[in-house]
Design a protein around this ligand. Structure first.
Ligand code: ATR
Length: 286
């Protein structure tokens, strides 16, 4: 099943866009490897991960549903993987497997390099309290935001996340998603981040949004971790309010770029990798 030294595991994996831009990056640097996509059901995970220790194996990107399950299967975790409690890259370092997480750093790079927004000192509302929110809250803490509110349908989960990352002056506030509660926070935010599955194509709430335009300030950047469709209902609400919408494809590519750079030890050809994914999306929608 595994016939190359770098790739991505998930289940299902048919939808993955990673090979498109990763291959473009490898080719541009003249690295003679094929970035494969491996569909690995949970019961086969352990035996597949064990193969990553083989001599020439380089690295593997890890996606749903394996990001937590691989933790006990690697030899070492980086601080980011420990803090987020999930692994989205495994690197083979001379037979030792190192689990890392680039979702949060990929998000920050997307925000800084593609949206030209530095969250330092910003007031931020994150919608959702699942795995994606965990990575993003960790990144925003490191980026020294001023105030962070976590709004989630199940308020208890927002509370768990907020207290997990509370430290010193950084004290995220947990709220529910009722309109009156959100009205005390959302209109004052410089940055809104959707990490819920609302708006995801093929999902049960494809046309839903965590918030409507009447609550959003025109000075706000709205980032949606959802990348399919590229323009979600949430982003339309941000745009209708006069704010700046930013879709999640940039986070997807930058988490991959961060992994690519650690796997190859080389600077990624960022523009080439973005061009590859944009042209793949364009030809897919034509
Ligand atoms: P991921 O790892 O991608 O973040 P997840 O852990 O399943 O996925 O989290 C999904 C998030 O979307 C959760 O915050 C979830 O809210 P609950 O914690 O209340 O379940 C949120 N979510 C999913 N469907 C939702 C809906 N219909 N309305 C509001 N929030 C929703």
């Amino acid at each position: 099943m595994i016939s190359s030294n770098i790739g991505i595991i998930g289940h299902p994996i048919g939808h993955t866009k990673s090979p498109v831009f990763q291959q473009a990056g490898l080719d541009a640097l003249g690295i003679d490897e094929t970035f494969e996509a491996w569909d690995v059901p949970p019961k086969k995970l352990e035996s597949i991960v064990a193969k990553f220790r083989e001599k020439n194996f380089i690295a593997c990107c890890v996606t749903l549903p394996h990001k937590q399950a691989v933790i006990p299967m690697v030899d070492e975790l980086t601080d980011a993987a420990k803090a987020v409690g999930a692994v989205n890259w495994i690197f083979n370092r001379r037979g030792k497997l190192v689990g890392h997480n680039t979702d949060g750093s990929g998000f920050l790079r997307a925000l800084r390099e593609k949206t030209c927004f530095d969250p330092k000192g910003a007031d931020v509302v994150v919608f959702g309290a699942g795995g994606a929110a965990r990575a993003i809250v960790h990144a925003l803490k490191g980026a020294e935001v001023n105030r962070l509110t976590i709004a989630n349908r199940t308020v208890e989960k927002a509370q768990v996340l907020a207290s997990y990352f509370s430290e010193g002056k950084f004290k995220p506030k947990a709220i529910g998603m009722a309109k009156d509660e959100m009205a005390n926070h959302v209109p004052f935010a410089n940055l809104l981040v959707n990490t819920t599955s609302l708006g995801m194509s093929g999902g049960p709430a494809e046309i839903a949004s965590p918030v409507t335009s009447d609550m959003i300030s025109a000075q706000t950047i709205g980032y949606d971790a959802v990348y399919a469709p590229p323009m979600t209902t949430f982003l339309r609400e941000v745009e209708a309010a006069g704010g700046e919408p930013a879709g999640g494809i940039t986070m997807l590519v930058f988490q991959g770029i961060e992994g690519f750079e650690m796997a190859t030890g080389r600077s990624a050809p960022v523009n080439i990798m973005f061009e590859a994914i944009y042209s793949a999306i364009k030809s897919h929608s034509n």
